[in-house]
Design a protein around this ligand. Structure first.
Ligand code: BGC
Length: 832
């Protein structure tokens, strides 16, 4: 019997980080240009690499060297650093890190899980430069490698980094420019670290809070998601030295039952109108794509020619590099059980994956790069995979290296990274503030005046916490599951940060009493162990201290939520708060009189909390995972120095039994005749400390003859701040009623804008509306017809203000052809 393959990434206690060894020995001069010697070439260092040079390189490479370029290897899984002499422990072959290049000719390395071999910036650059120089000088073809990693909400790979608010928070801001500014900072840091590839933005639509990656997804609205993702891709690539990655193509965000990497719950109609458009938008700015680790309509995306070639290459014209996700050729066998987990199954997986369109395989903890290369070479030699197909991929990979300037400038200066790490503080603080969503504010209990005595209690917000988990950062922060590694010390590694306790203490001094409650982050636990994204408790001593403080306080701020988590380890089956937190709220409720304000602050990567808890609280602020500037942002908001403006980027169902129920689903949203409340807070919900009124909604054109030639219009509306505080306000224009040949979504967001208005003043806002948002797939169940905006009347609304838009002609804005691959359409490879 062929041997069984095993797959077990990140088992209990696993860590993806080790320290680099002997980097100082490899330190190199600044800005030095290492000799770039292509086989048989006579180029000088100064000559820019051209496309013809790429062709010459390709011609001079052996099949083995080419397949090596298609191989990306995870370093650090078993302790490897960047020293070429380091033993390569993750797999049996090769023996050293250096031999990955000299023997296997690998084209790329990655440090997965936001943790490199060191958290020190200069050490990182010196190490990477040393390895790059080795790869160029010691290999026959002298091609530099690409380094990739996950800097997904800031460059969370280095000690002292700015951890920007997580993607869920970014969605709440609707502030595309600011989100892009954060991405520019991240991209510059990756470039200054010597890196070339950032595996973001994540463009997977959010619908299911049970999914452990919910915090990554920006929004459940396709248009908002697409705009944010495109801006982030553009920002990451701004330096010209870093490639962004649109991931995980396509449909990864709707895994069945919310289980990470399960098959997608979708339909052709849903894919074409609500899922694919966001990826398509983001692709305009990204040089690479990462594949969905799950399956779409019963076909794993990694072997789907329809997904990777017919849609991505032929319909969208994407000509960049497609990289697999972590060990995903093997996961076809171990996760999807698509073929027996045998040598034959493995060979089939490699063949099908490459044939479907994957250019580079990410070899993580389980797939040995040597084995991938052997298998692929053998497939070419036996004629099962044409060499032309290999050439296509290698050409794209070399072209990417050329575009990023790796051939001219393979090394970077060591002295730049230091001044960048921890930067963009203004951007981070503003984003954090804008991302907070005020959910509830009974009797205007907020803002606090600042003169009160306040009891702060709850888990995970202690100031001066050593380098261990806090609840404010989330996954991909100095570690895969969040800040997770290193011995506990007072001085790091950890992100630059202000904490809720620290910022409140600064304001209140002795008027603050802080009683932290128990919190143990257990990153590698899972729902099967009754995991609540952290273990929470209130000890007897803490309970006594809370009761005592509660009897002499004016307000209680209770922090609630969940610990950092990621991927499958973050999957959850509950929406209500962990029992200890529910009991904590009941405790403060019972221990305080009616005149004491009870305020909840939710730090979580998903909608955590139900009416059972919220009904006991006078005010509730959903803070998400605001990152480095959490403390300042939350305190400024609680005390009224900042007037909250964030809007929920998702639907907050009443309880987990109603998941998934997105705001743009088809009606009905509840069972026939059932009056039950299924939604707790709607998409777009968000209160302010002032009041807003809209008047005079008008459209630049209320009749559109042909939406194909008129894809945008402008809505104008006057926004009046009728309250007593200045504030920012997000104006959102929705389609709230329309009829057609198929069901229309409950509501659809067409456009939004953020505006600042002084107390008592008004501003007229012009919001650009993207009419492609109104596209549907007409026809019967198969859903293959071109996407169109159907003729008819569309009610558009801003609050209670409405206007009617009349579309005279049914026409397609984005995709006038039938579903990709449909008989007779472009790209007939996948006829149905
Ligand atoms: C994730 C990717 C990530 C990769 C590298 C995978 O487990 O699905 O999103 O980019 O690891 O860390």
């Amino acid at each position: 019997m062929p041997p069984e393959r095993s797959f077990d990434r990140g088992s209990s206690g696993a860590s993806r980080r080790t320290f680099v060894k002997a980097t100082s020995a490899m330190a190199i001069g600044t800005g030095a240009n290492s000799a770039v010697v292509g086989a048989g070439e006579s180029k000088t260092d100064a000559d820019p690499e051209t496309r013809d040079d790429i062709e010459r390189r390709l011609e001079s490479m052996t099949v083995r060297q080419k397949v090596g370029q298609m191989t990306q290897v995870a370093l650090g899984e078993a302790g490897e650093g960047f020293d070429p002499d380091d033993p390569f422990e993750t797999h049996d072959e090769p023996e050293t890190v250096g031999a990955l290049f000299t023997d296997l000719h690998v084209g790329s390395i990655l440090n997965g899980g936001a943790s490199g071999p060191t958290f020190d910036g200069e050490e990182f650059v010196a190490g990477l430069n040393g390895l790059q120089r080795y790869a160029i000088e010691q290999t026959e073809h002298g091609v530099p490698f690409l380094w990739g990693g996950d800097a997904l909400h800031g460059n969370g790979l280095l000690d002292g980094c700015t951890s920007f608010p997580q993607r869920l928070n970014m969605g709440a801001t609707r502030d595309i420019d600011l989100v892009e500014a954060a991405a520019v900072q991240t991209g510059s840091e990756i470039a200054a670290m010597g890196g070339h590839w950032n595996f973001g933005p994540t463009v997977d639509i959010l619908r299911d809070m049970r999914w452990g990656r919910y915090f990554e997804g920006h929004s459940e609205d396709p248009m908002l998601l697409g705009k944010l993702a495109r801006a982030r891709a553009r920002g990451f690539e701004r330096s010209g030295r870093v490639a962004a990655t649109v991931k995980h193509f396509a449909g990864y965000g709707t895994p069945n039952t919310g289980s990470d990497r399960a098959h997608a719950r979708t339909s052709m109609r849903d894919l074409r109108t609500r899922q694919l458009p966001a990826y398509e938008r983001a692709l305009e700015e990204a040089k690479t794509v990462m594949v969905n680790s799950g399956a779409v309509n019963g076909k794993p995306a990694h072997v789907s020619e329809w997904v990777l070639t017919t849609v991505l290459r032929e319909r969208y014209g994407f000509d960049g590099v497609i990289v697999s996700d972590w060990d995903d050729f093997l996961r076809l066998l171990t996760n999807h059980e698509y073929r027996p987990n045998t040598d034959d199954g493995w060979r089939w997986a490699v063949k099908e994956g490459i044939t479907a369109g994957v250019d580079m395989h990410m070899c993580g903890g389980e797939v040995s790069p040597a084995e991938f290369i052997e298998t692929a070479v053998d497939l070419v030699e036996s004629g099962e995979v044409p060499e032309d197909r290999i050439d296509e991929s290698v050409r794209r990979i070399l072209e990417l290296k050329r575009e990023l300037g790796l051939f001219e400038q393979p090394l970077v200066r060591e002295d730049r990274i230091g001044s960048l790490v921890g930067g963009a503080r203004d951007v981070s603080a503003k984003l954090a503030k804008e991302s907070l969503v005020l959910l509830r504010n009974e009797d205007d209990v907020l803002p606090l005046e600042g003169t009160e005595r306040v009891l702060l209690t709850g888990p995970g917000v202690e100031d001066g916490t050593p380098n261990q988990f806090l609840m404010q950062h989330g996954g991909w922060t100095l570690g895969w599951q969040g800040v997770e590694d290193g011995d506990l010390t007072e001085d790091g590694p950890r992100p630059r940060q202000t904490t809720v306790e620290g910022a409140m203490k600064e304001r209140l001094g002795d008027r603050l009493t802080h009683v932290p409650t128990e919190f143990e982050a257990a990153p590698y636990e899972s729902i099967y162990e009754n995991f609540d994204n952290g273990f929470f408790d209130v000890t007897d001593a803490q309970e006594r201290a809370i009761r005592e403080a509660a009897s002499a306080t004016d307000a209680v701020v209770v922090v609630l939520g969940e610990g950092p988590h990621n991927e499958g380890f973050g999957d959850r089956d509950k929406m209500r708060f962990p029992a200890a937190q529910r009991e904590l709220v009941a405790l403060v409720d019972a221990a305080t009189g009616d005149d004491v304000s009870l305020i909840g602050v939710v730090l979580a990567g998903s909608p955590r909390g139900t009416a059972e808890t919220f009904d006991r609280l006078d005010g509730v602020l959903f803070a998400g995972q605001p990152g480095s500037d959490a403390g300042v942002a939350i305190a400024d908001t609680l005390f009224g120095d900042y007037n909250p403006s964030g809007r929920l980027p998702f639907t907050w169902e009443a309880n987990v039994g109603h998941v998934p129920q997105c705001y743009d689903d088809y009606p009905p949203r509840q069972s026939v005749d059932a009056g039950a409340q299924t939604v707790q807070f709607e998409f777009g919900h968000g209160l302010s400390y002032t009041d807003w009124a809209y008047t005079g909604l008008s459209l630049s054109a209320s009749t559109i003859k042909n939406p194909a030639s008129n894809p945008t219009i402008t809505a104008r509306v006057t926004v009046e701040n009728t309250g007593e505080r200045a504030g920012e306000h997000i104006v959102e224009v929705y389609n709230t009623e329309s009829y057609g040949s198929v069901l229309q979504p409950h509501r659809r967001l067409l456009g939004f804008d953020r505006v600042h208005v002084a107390a008592g003043e008004s501003k007229t806002v012009a919001v650009e509306l993207d009419l492609s948002t109104l596209e549907v797939v007409p026809g019967d169940v198969p859903g293959w017809k071109p996407t169109v905006v159907e003729a008819g009347e569309y009610e558009l609304s801003v609050g209670e203000e409405t206007a009617t838009l009349t579309i005279e002609k049914t026409a397609s804005i984005t995709d006038p052809k039938p579903a990709p691959g449909r008989n007779g359409s472009a790209g007939g490879r996948c006829d149905d």
